[in-house]
Structures are given as C-alpha cells and as structure tokens.
Design a protein around this ligand. Structure first.
Ligand code: 1YM
Length: 649
C-alpha cells in the first residue's frame, strides 16, 4: 500500500511542476491554445470566458450573461450563476477559484455535477485567458460575500480577498489582453455580436446582453453598440433569422429533437422559394463549418424520409427517386448536437468525427420527421413538390450542360477569349487572377509573370445566382469563362483533380462594384464549387490603399495604421518634411509595374485566404441583396454604406 501512495504523491508533484510551466507554455506558443495572436485570437479570449458562463447556464443555474467592451478595450463578462467555487481544495490547499485561473484545463477536473460538456480543443479555458492578459480580475458573489482575486500574465497579484457583502450570486471577470501577445488589441463589436447572437440562438431562453462602452463608439447608433438577445424558440428562431430575407414555403419552422444516453441532438429546418441549401451545424455550441457525422446523418435521413413519404402519398412513382440535393434545394437547417467527447477532425478541426452522432441524428429524423409529415400533410406536399421541381430542373441542367459541351468543345480544352493563360502546366504551381474591369485586367496582363500567372477579366453586371437555377448558371456568359478557365466542372460534377490552378485569386477594388463582384464570385464558388473553398484554393488579393511619397522615395500602405507607421518612418528625425499621401482610387489606376510590385509579386504581396466562414457570410449578404425582401436589404445597405467609398446611390 505505501508503495502506491508514494507513486501517487510523485505523480502529483510532477503534475504540479507541469502546472507552473503550463501558463508559461501558453505564453510561449499562444497559437496552440487560441489559434492565432491576430484579431481572431483576441476575440477568442472573450469566447473562452463566455463559454464558462454558458456551461453554467447549461447546468441550469445562469439566466443572464452580459458582455461589455469597456474603455481601453478591456472586456468584462458578468453572469448570474452560482459563482465559481471559492472553497479551499484539499489537494492543493488553494481556493478552487485560483486553481481555475492558474491551472491549464482546470475546468474539466471539477466537472462534477450538472451538464458539463467540453469542446475538446476549444475548451482551453480561463487560465489561458489569464496567461494572455496584461491583467485579469475575478469577482465572485457567493454565500453573501464578494470574493476578489487578481492576476497578471498568469501569476496572481492579489490573493483571494473578501471585499464586501452581496445578496446575489454570480461571477464577474474583467481582463485586458496583453499587448506583448497580440498584434491587434482593438475589439470589433460586430464580431462579438454575431458570436453572442449565435450562442443565444443555441441556448434557448438564455439572455445575453452585449454593449460597447468605449468612448470612441459613443457616436455610433445604438443598434451598433448594444443588443439584448433572448430566443425562447432557440434554433427554430435561428432558422427564421437566416431566412429573414427569403420567402418561406411553410410558415412554421420544423423542429425535431431527441436524446440518447449522454448525448442530445436537435434540428430545425424550413424551405424557402430560393434554390440554395444552407446547413449550419454545431457540436457543443461550436460551429462545425466542415460538417461531419451530425450533418451526414441529417442528409441521409432527410433523403430517405422524403423518398418514402413521396411514395406513400403517391407523389413519387415506384422506381423514381429524389436525390439528396433535390431534397435540400431551397432548404435552411440548423443542427445542434451536444455530446461528452467530441472529436473534431480535418485540417482545420471543424468537422465532427463521432459516428454515434450520425446514428442519433438519423434516428431522430427517421422517427420525428416522418411523424411530422404525416401530421402536417399540407407542409409535406409543399416540400415534396419543391424537391420534385428541383429534380426536374436538375435533369434540364444536365441536358443543357451536355449541349454546351458539344457546342463549345470545352471538353477538348477550348478556353475563353478573356483568359490570358500562363505557360506552366502543373496546377499546383499555377495561379489565376480573376480581375474586375478591363483596365485593371490590362495592367494585370502586362504586369504579371506569365510563366505561372493567368489573368481572367470580368466586367459588367453578373447573373443573379439567387434566383437562377443550375441550367441558367451554365449558360451565363459571365460565369461560363470562369467555369471553363478553372476546368473542374460545376455542381455534382465538380472535380478538384481537374482544377487547372491551385490559387484562384479574386482581385477587385475596395468599392461597391468590387465588393459586389467579390460577393457574387464567393457565393457562386460556395454554391457550385464548394470544394474550392473547403480546400483553401480561393484567395482575395489585397491591393494597397495609399501611396506615400517623399522626394524620390515611394512606399505603399495597406491600412490606415500602416499608412501612419510608414509616414512616421519616412519622416524619421525630420518632423517638418513633407510626405505626400495619396489614396488609390482603384486597381485600374495602377500601372502594370505598380500592380506587380504591390499586389501580384509572390515575394511582396499579401493574399487573404477565403474561409468557409467568409463564404457563408458572402452567401448571406448575397441572399439579402438579391432576395425579394426589401427591408433587410435596405438595412444592410444603410449599415454598410459608410464602409464603402464612391457609393453612388
Ligand atoms: C464570467 C465567467 O466562469 N462562471 C462560472 C464558472 C463556474 C461555475 C459557475 C461553477 C461550476 C461548478 C460549480 C461545477 C466554474 N466552476 C469551475 C470549477 N463566468 C464563469 N459559474 N459551481 C460553480 O462545474 O461544478 C470551473 S468554471 F471548476 F471550479 F468548478
């Protein structure tokens, strides 16, 4: 027996040393814990603290969460849960509160009662936020007292102290991200707002308030610095929100849910009169843009249930069948699963790998959706009609595609007139710039390195992809050259192996027309060539915004901050010297050499890789801009007009 005890003690001492090293490790390699030290990592700190409050809500004790951006980009998160435990832990002799904030992954070790799910990779917790904060303060209201504790970059700077009496319970955390760790320290209200709204949808009945109290935001309209969110309908309301600019085909969002052992799953869906499918899925409240087992279970079961129902009511003939895509045309769905041991897979860890979630979601749809259709035959008929129309359109598209192939001889390598191809033939080495406007296209053709850079110019108004069916997309004269140049097909036939370029770079101005083209192309890629985005082949070129000139010396800047920095550098010790700063109006204004130097030279340029998140956002904006609902469109234009130069409405 003593032997065993000794071993335990040894192991414990070892783990204590690891603890001390733990937070240092976070500071050495912050990217391992929060993904990056850019804006995304900065915002991640907030999500980590909020996640703890949401866990408390899931456990059934917290009803309100308040997130505040305080002056100086300090974050404050308040909840009205039980308060983090303050009692002294036997093993460590320290208050639990201290352990939670100084030990890596402490949360899981306490996860005794209630509903505790861990996001795996994502649930790195409070101690990471502490390690990466210049300072962090926690206040716990519990058992009549207010307990306070302070930290700086990991170590505590104030022991847990009782600072007063209280008649409520809850936890308040304030922190200031460490300027030594983050490149950018400025919080974006809208980024936090979107995330908090998503969390409010995913946790029905939870109140989340967000406010921006920075003096520099005081002049913004109230709805851009404050929101109070609570959705009793949960993910049903999420679906209505996504469909807000669309025309639904049935009034009520369909909702099915079920539990099995420690896991639970819920699905909400609604069909609309458009043609694209939108599936947004989550595992333990974490967005899974890569899909995974929960989505697979949903898709398989939906197809099977609709086919069986169609046969049963006689709308589908024996021998006929609807494809999965037919069943999802014009459908918006939100899937949310909660499970104890989520496995996130794929290169970006955004795909759920637990196969029991496929079985769970499939089973729920099989039973509950079948039941729903039987009880709501009018809705059932509407959905079946929609899928049958989709099926017919897909046949028509196939015929149109074949006709085009035969006519233009694209299969035999016919390339569009507007494409200036490169010499290299290995797709992994080839890039294509899709350029808006003829003059920018001209400069790009002259400025490029024709060994590996191809240029495709696009101009004029593009087709409204929202209202267009596949057959129209194939025939469209603006998209046809893009499809042909990329060479990998479209829709069901898209094949990444045939892709002719592994970098597809959208080069458009920072004005209204440019952002339109970008939104259109991204939406088009997202809907009809999704693997392009999933595999990270799509980029946005980043042209400079300013040219700075001092005598013969010239430099360019890509942001306001960089403009100020470079201007100070050029001035050097000579404060009165004149630096001429001019704003680039557009790509067309740059000569070929300038365009190469600033935007196309792989040695010097910046490219922004388009993520699934960007594409989903573009898709949403697109639906808003092209849909039939006037009010959301007006609101979007109003909110975004100021970000855009040269707006002539
Ligand atoms: C503003 C951030 O962290 N709230 C919060 C955290 C905890 C609890 C309540 C809590 C959990 C449990 C029991 C439990 C945490 N406790 C721990 C640990 N808000 C915020 N509210 N009592 C209170 O899980 O059993 C970690 S987080 F480990 F100490 F229990």
């Amino acid at each position: 027996m003593p032997d065993i005890n000794e071993k335990i003690t040894e192991a414990y001492d070892a783990s204590k040393i690891q603890v001390l090293e733990g937070l240092e490790a976070v500071r050495k390699r912050p990217g391992m814990y929060i993904g990056s030290t850019s804006a995304s990592g900065l915002h991640h700190l907030v999500y980590e603290i909020v996640d703890n409050a949401i866990d408390e809500a899931l456990a059934g004790y917290c009803k309100h969460i308040e997130v505040t951006i305080e002056p100086g980009n300090v974050i404050r998160v308040d909840d009205d849960g039980r308060g983090i435990p303050v009692d002294i832990q036997e093993q460590t002799g320290k208050p639990a509160l201290e352990v939670v904030y100084t030990v890596l992954h402490a949360g899981g070790k306490f996860g005794g009662g209630g509903y505790k799910v861990s996001g795996g990779l994502h649930g790195v917790g409070a101690s990471v936020v502490n390690a990466l904060s210049e300072w962090l303060e926690v206040e716990v209201h519990k058992d009549g007292s207010i307990y306070q504790m302070k930290f700086s970059r990991g170590p505590k700077t104030q022991d847990m102290t009782v600072i007063g009496k209280t008649d409520r319970t809850g936890t308040i955390v304030r922190f200031k991200p460490d300027p030594e760790m983050f490149e950018d320290l400025v919080y974006d209200y809208e980024t936090l707002h979107v995330r908090m709204r998503e969390q409010a949808f995913l946790n029905a009945g939870l109140h989340i308030t967000i406010r921006d109290d920075r003096p520099e935001s005081a002049e913004k309209p109230e709805n851009e610095r404050f929101d109070s969110m609570c959705y009793e309908g949960g993910i049903r309301e999420f679906v209505s929100y996504i469909n807000r600019a669309r025309t639904p085909l049935h009034e009520n969002v369909i909702y099915v849910a079920g539990v099995r052992e420690d896991s639970e799953a819920e699905v909400a869906l609604q069909y609309h009169d458009g043609y694209n499918e939108t599936i947004v899925s989550f595992a333990n409240n974490i967005f899974t843009p890569g899909g995974g087992m929960h989505e697979t279970g949903f898709k398989t079961a939906l197809t099977r249930v609709l086919n069986a129902y169609g046969k049963k009511i006689g709308m589908l003939k024996e021998g006929d069948s609807l494809s999965g895509e037919d069943c999802r045309e014009g459908m918006t769905a939100v899937i949310s699963v909660k499970l104890t041991n989520p496995q996130f897979e794929g290169q970006t860890k955004d795909k759920l790998g637990n196969s029991d979630m496929r079985t769970l979601v499939d089973g729920i749809l099989q039973d509950k959706l079948t039941e729903f259709l039987e009880e709501n035959p009018a809705v059932g008929k509407t959905i079946l009609e929609k899928a049958l129309t989709a099926s017919k359109a897909r046949d028509a598209a196939r015929r149109a595609r074949e006709a085009i192939r035969n006519k233009s001889g694209l299969e035999s390598g016919g390339m569009p007139e507007k494409l200036q191809d490169c010499n290299e033939r290995d797709p992994a080495l080839c890039e294509i710039y899709i350029v808006e406007g003829d003059s920018a296209g001209g400069s790009a053709i002259q400025g490029r390195d024709s060994r590996f850079q191809a240029i495709l110019s696009m101009w004029g108004k593009m087709l409204n992809v929202e209202k267009a069916r596949m057959d129209k997309v194939y025939k469209n004269d603006k998209l046809q050259p893009v499809i042909a140049a990329l060479g990998a097909g479209i829709g069901d036939d898209f094949n990444t192996e045939k892709l002719r370029y592994h970098k597809i770079i959208i080069m458009a101005d920072a004005d209204v027309d440019g952002s339109h083209i970008r939104t259109l192309l991204l939406t088009f890629f997202f809907r009809y060539m999704r693997p392009l985005i999933e595999n990270g082949y799509v980029y946005s070129a980043v042209p400079p915004l300013y040219k700075l000139t001092r005598g013969k010396q010239q430099r360019v800047a890509y942001s306001d901050a960089e403009r100020d920095k470079i201007s100070a550098e050029m001035r050097g010790d000579n404060p009165n010297v004149k630096i001429d700063i001019s704003r680039y109006k557009g790509l067309g204004e740059m000569d070929p050499h300038e365009l190469w130097e600033t935007t196309m030279d792989p040695e010097k340029r910046t490219l922004r890789r388009i993520t699934m998140g960007d594409a989903i956002q573009a898709d949403q904006i697109f639906s808003l801009l092209m849909g039939e609902e006037v009010e959301p469109r007006r609101q979007w234009i109003e909110q975004n007009a100021k970000h855009v130069v040269n707006l002539d409405i």
